[in-house]
Design a protein around this ligand. Structure first.
Ligand SMILES: [Zn+2]
Length: 316
């Protein structure tokens, strides 16, 4: 076997390792919440649909706005309490998406989507977890203003962590959608696929939503069989990542491939094939002779693939 490739220091997985203390007990305490809103250290992240508003700076852009600054940006909808950072309150405010779009013309702001912010390192990495929290929660609000039980308009309660129906009394909670993302491996080979929407040359893990009544392990085996025709045996959990596009939780796994012949579901995948450890290492290092790459380091797929290349996975 060739020596283990040196892939350099491990990059941080995007949107994880949040410094936020969610302080959930304060959500139900109206007096405590009012005090947080009036705290001079209170700052808000501003999200307009898919867009995030940043104050432009030469080094790292600043995503935090005072309440007055946030109000001045345009028409806002829900505001949610994200939690505390060193006792300083953090909120996320929904800005009208058209107002966010209009701010693109202003020189003092950077207005772009959260993927571009994460991949381009447009803010310090510690801002990514609260941005993910705020974006996912505000997206849920934008699509759950009416009761799914009776159709009445619902009210925001608990600092944005619940909506209540005044008509039928149903309580609605923010949703998180679990997605299994997996790397099937067999000895010195792993299986990577290409989705139709991937940029040219990029290969990644397979992925799919975990369905109701389904264990994560079963979702991994089902998706791998459906998309690539590969039968998998053992499944091992690797790590998870909030993925606020719009409200997913990526559950990263490695899977022991028991069969080898690939049958591609062309509706799901553009292509899929087996790769050697050496070839994947060159992709992670951006040194593949044909320019093939893995996803960027902020994405969990990079870390799932790298763990296998670094021989942290063993189904023998
Ligand atoms: Zn209702």
């Amino acid at each position: 076997m060739s020596p283990r490739p040196d892939l350099g220091p491990k990059p941080r997985l995007g949107y994880t390792a949040s410094l936020i203390d969610r302080a959930a007990e304060r959500r139900v305490d109206a007096a405590a919440l009012a005090a947080l809103e009036n705290d001079p250290r209170a700052r808000s992240y501003v999200v307009g649909g898919e867009l995030v508003v940043l104050k432009k700076a030469t080094e790292d852009n600043d995503p935090l706005f005072t309440p007055g600054e946030a109000r001045a940006l345009g028409r806002t909808a829900e505001a949610v309490f994200l939690g505390l950072i060193e006792n300083a309150p953090r909120f996320a405010v929904a800005l009208d998406p058209a107002a966010a779009e209009a701010l693109k013309t202003r020189d003092e702001f950077v207005v772009t989507d959260l993927r571009s912010i994460a991949v381009g390192g447009l803010v310090t990495p510690d801002h990514l977890p609260p941005l993910a929290e705020g974006k996912a929660l505000l997206h849920w609000h934008a699509r759950h203003r009416f009761c799914s039980n009776c159709g009445a308009a619902t009210n925001v309660v608990e600092a944005g962590w619940r909506r209540d129906c005044p008509s039928c009394r149903t309580q609605h909670f923010p949703r998180t959608d679990p997605v299994a993302i997996m790397l099937p491996v067999a000895g010195e080979r792993c299986l990577l696929g290409r989705s139709h929407r991937f940029q040219r040359g990029m290969w990644s893990c397979l992925a799919g939503f975990v369905e109701p009544g389904e264990a994560i392990e079963d979702a991994v085996r089902r998706e791998t069989l459906e998309e690539a025709g590969i039968v998998c045996g053992r499944v091992s959990y690797f790590a998870s990542q909030p993925w606020p596009f719009p409200t997913s939780l990526m559950i990263g796994c490695h899977a022991q491939a028991l069969s080898h012949e690939i049958v591609i579901d062309r509706a799901e995948l553009d292509d899929a094939r087996w790769f050697s450890r050496e070839e994947v290492a060159s992709m992670l290092l951006r040194r593949h002779p044909d320019g093939l790459t893995t996803p960027p380091t902020v994405a969990i797929a990079y870390h799932i693939i790298r763990a296998w290349v670094e021989e942290e996975v063993d189904f023998r």
